[in-house]
Ligand binder design. Structure first.
Ligand SMILES: *Cc1c(COP(=O)(O)O)cnc(C)c1O
Length: 489
């Protein structure tokens, strides 16, 4: 029997203890605490022994699936392998032991790392300036939109309240725009999956603040009309926002700045390697073109006259253009260190290979599986692509069944039912860090599943069979989570 067969979470029983404290020598101090502030009852904590605690968490960690345990082709998430050296460097006491309120002169090395990373990101994206403050991709989107709004407002162009978002966009795009107080206007995709220019043109007027684009888009397709779109949107006075979560496809090949984008965010926890999922930690730096540099949020890194670095804040200054403050301090430093280590480790030559190898891996899987799975858009893809369920629809086997069965074979499922353009979307992103052997075994398993759909469909409908939990009510799990001691009582 495996640990999870028992699913025992409540291990507590009266009197068990996993700690021993020295006898109390500070009783007088406790006596000084006023009676009404003193705890009257014991805190409700589990009573367990040390081996029980160790086994509980070790077993839980073994039930988890991660990039370190297997292939994780989750579309739009860039689940690449995270080199362990990044962790080692980021957890060095020299980085983890400092405090954001330390005087700048005691952390010049750390500020130098910020500066170097900003420069590297400028060079990789073609932007002029960066802020490393945002904590996630969606947070970067909000920051970028605040910059766009502030830019129009400061120029007295306050009627620009609309933001154009393609129907294929990641859900965070319209959500961030709404949080920023902008009105979302959807633009349709054409037959080939890219933005339909004829649908875009009538939307462009002096109420448009800008357009949010993902390139390659969430179908893994490069928006080849980007130069024309840029000139149309700029022509009506709007700005171009680039959702850089898909930057892995282009890294080292083309730069959003050169395509005409004014603002972008990157997902360091996707493109630049850092373990992610389950909500963090992440980093969503925002880059801007020269004319928007003064609008970046604060605190802002600056070089003082005598050469040393400092974090500047002047939000309330008379001439300040900054979009404001979007984080307590200057970002998720540990994630920034990992991205920095990753960039330096690859170096100028190898960073150019990331995009091309990610694209090669995706096209290899797409071509290997396009007989068994329905491929609505056949052109060469970038770093990811979308199937619309099994080619043979007779079995009634759904994308969910395929995804659940993959778990039995030891693979993480791809992204399913996104993008919304197809009914049975399976979105696959292998990344550049997987070997051909791994890709080949994924192909073998996907073909096996397609065969099972014909010969033994029930085994798919009832999958997964070998995981700690089977098909769960995911909505209930999200709406009514039981996360802490006592919740299961
Ligand atoms: C992941 C992703 C985001 C959001 O990034 P988070 O860090 O999860 O907030 C936005 N857009 C696209 C295309 C993404 O893939």
């Amino acid at each position: 029997m495996k640990y999870y067969d028992k699913l025992i979470f409540e291990l507590s029983s009266e009197g068990k203890k996993g700690y021993a404290l020295p006898s109390m020598t500070w009783k007088d101090t406790v006596d000084d605490i006023p009676g009404n502030l003193k705890r009257q009852t014991m805190p409700e904590l589990p009573q367990v022994s040390e081996p029980e605690v160790v086994r509980h968490y070790t077993n839980l960690s073994n039930m988890n699936f991660g990039v370190d345990t297997g292939f994780y082709p989750l579309g739009s998430c860039t689940m690449k392998y995270n080199p362990k050296i990044n962790e080692e460097i980021a957890s060095s006491g020299r980085f983890s032991g400092i405090h954001p309120l330390q005087p700048a002169k005691t952390v010049q090395g750390v500020l130098g790392l910020y500066e170097d990373l900003e420069h590297a990101l400028c060079e990789l994206t073609g932007m002029s300036a960066f802020t490393l403050n945002p904590f996630a991709g969606a947070h970067g989107e909000l920051t970028g939109l605040m910059i766009i709004r502030q830019y129009h407002m400061k120029r007295g162009d306050s009627g620009r309240t609309k933001i154009i978002v393609p129907d294929s966009a990641h859900g965070t795009n319209p959500a961030s725009a709404a949080v920023c107080g902008l009105e979302v206007v959807q633009v349709k995709s054409a037959e080939d999956g890219t933005i339909d220019i004829d649908s875009l043109k009538p939307l462009l007027d002096d109420t448009v603040a800008g357009i949010m684009m993902t390139n390659p888009n969430t179908l893994g397709l490069f928006e080849k009309n980007i130069a024309e779109i840029a000139s149309l949107v700029h022509g009506c006075g709007g700005l171009l926002y680039y959702d850089g979560a898909n930057m892995n496809a282009l890294l080292g090949v083309v730069r959003p700045g050169d395509m005409g984008f004014d603002v972008l965010h990157l997902n360091l926890h996707k493109t630049f390697s850092a373990p992610h999922g389950g909500g963090g930690p992440g980093a969503g730096p925002v880059g801007v073109s020269g004319r928007l540099a003064d609008y970046l949020p604060e605190p802002k890194l600056c070089r003082l006259e005598y050469g040393s670095l400092s974090m500047k804040e002047d939000m309330h200054g008379k001439d300040s253009l900054t979009a404001g403050r979007i984080s307590g301090f200057a970002g998720n430093f540990g994630v920034l260190v990992k991205a920095y280590a990753y960039i330096l480790m690859l170096g100028r030559e190898n960073v150019r290979m990331v995009g091309p190898l990610a694209v090669l891996a995706a096209n290899y899987l797409k071509e290997s599986l396009k007989k068994e799975f329905s491929l609505p858009i056949e052109s060469v893809c970038k770093h990811e692509f979308v199937f619309d369920g099994l080619s043979d629809k007779n079995s009634g086997i759904t994308t969910l069944d395929v995804a659940k069965r993959l778990l039995d074979y030891g693979f993480h499922a791809p992204t399913v039912y996104f993008p919304l353009l197809f009914h049975q979307s399976i979105m696959i992103e292998p990344t550049e860090t997987e070997s051909k052997d791994t890709l080949d075994s994924f192909v073998t398993v996907m073909k096996l599943i397609a065969a099972e759909a014909k010969d033994n469909p029930d085994i798919l409908r009832t999958a997964p069979h070998d995981t700690p939990v089977r098909r769960i009510d995911e909505t209930a799990a999200a709406r009514n989570p039981k996360l802490k001691y006592g919740d299961l009582k």
